[in-house]
Design a protein. Structure first.
Length: 308
């Protein structure tokens, strides 16, 4: 038999599923069947799933989804908050958290990424509160298998800012996680202490514009900068220490220039008596582009005892 004919013949044997070796195929089929019986597959409503919804918030409906963990539950739940404007969504992290037995809620603030309404920092803070209220409604908690006593906020960049604001305002939030959190008001407060109000607003406006405004509607860089200036004192991270000092906090930083503010916040929490502060620095960019695995491991390790 010619070489090319032999090759074709062998390939045909493989494609026909070992048709020339019936005894081997029978044994393999039996082994697969036996192994299948050992796997406990979630049935019906206990399977992992992705549920989409629109969450009401002050007259608008926010686009949202929940990665629902496998099992009857109820499950501890993470509310995962995106940054400004939100190009890095961290949904790979959401999937890892779901595999660890947690639900994960992700949503877009009013005026961001197609959610109707006007974007502002005040609205974002309100939107997180609306998302928490949605999860706690009995019918939603039952449908999504949410343990309403174990809800954790985790935010990246501006999402970390939202985490601090919402966590401080809501004592029922079990813990807060911050990934390169941006103390946006604290930075403006520092600028106000060094120069004129107009100079602080102009510098902040330019920084916001550089981040990209295309996914946001109903706002301008100047308007957002003025809003931060108006709330510089009451929105700064340090102003929230007293409200958060009795809860677990995860503070992860990177080489993006935000470490100073995060370190100051961690130190203030510890000084106030918080013995549940976990910190980690990863040498990477703001999006943790080459440290995704390390980021996930750190978050999952921190969440593990909170699920008990």
């Amino acid at each position: 038999m010619k070489r090319h004919t032999t090759t074709a013949f062998l390939a045909a044997c493989l494609l026909t599923g070992l048709a020339l070796c019936p005894s081997s195929a029978t044994a393999e089929t039996k082994a697969i069947s036996d192994a299948t019986h050992l796997v406990q597959k979630p049935q019906g409503d206990s399977r992992a799933s992705m549920e989409t919804m629109q969450i009401p918030s002050h007259g608008a409906l926010m686009n949202a989804l929940v990665y629902v963990a496998a099992g009857a539950g109820p499950h501890p739940t993470v509310v995962l908050l995106h940054g400004f404007p939100g190009n890095e969504r961290n949904l790979d992290l959401a999937q890892d958290i779901r595999r660890a037995g947690w639900n994960v809620l992700y949503f877009n603030y009013r005026g961001s990424w197609g959610t109707p309404g006007d974007f502002s920092f005040s609205h974002g803070i309100e939107d997180v509160a609306s998302a928490l209220a949605y999860l706690r409604q009995p019918e939603n908690a039952k449908r999504l298998r949410v343990d309403t006593t174990r809800i954790v906020l985790i935010g990246h960049s501006m999402g970390g800012f939202m985490t601090v604001q919402a966590g401080a305002a809501d004592p029922a939030v079990k813990a807060i996680g911050m990934i390169s959190a941006a103390d946006m008001a604290g930075r403006v407060q520092g600028l106000l202490g060094k120069g004129t109000r107009q100079a602080a607003i102009q510098s902040t406006s330019m920084g916001l514009a550089d981040e990209g405004m295309a996914p946001l509607s109903g706002c301008t860089p100047d308007g957002l900068a003025q809003e931060l200036a108006e709330h510089a004192r009451d929105w700064s991270f340090l102003s929230k220490v007293a409200a958060l000092k009795d809860r677990p906090a995860l503070v992860i930083t990177s080489d993006d220039g935000l470490t100073t503010w995060n370190d100051a916040f961690s130190a203030a929490l510890r000084k106030a008596g918080d013995r549940q502060v976990t910190t980690l620095h990863l040498a990477t960019d703001h999006a943790y582009s080459d440290k995704r695995t390390e980021l996930s491991r750190a978050v999952l390790a921190w969440l593990a005892p909170l699920a008990q």
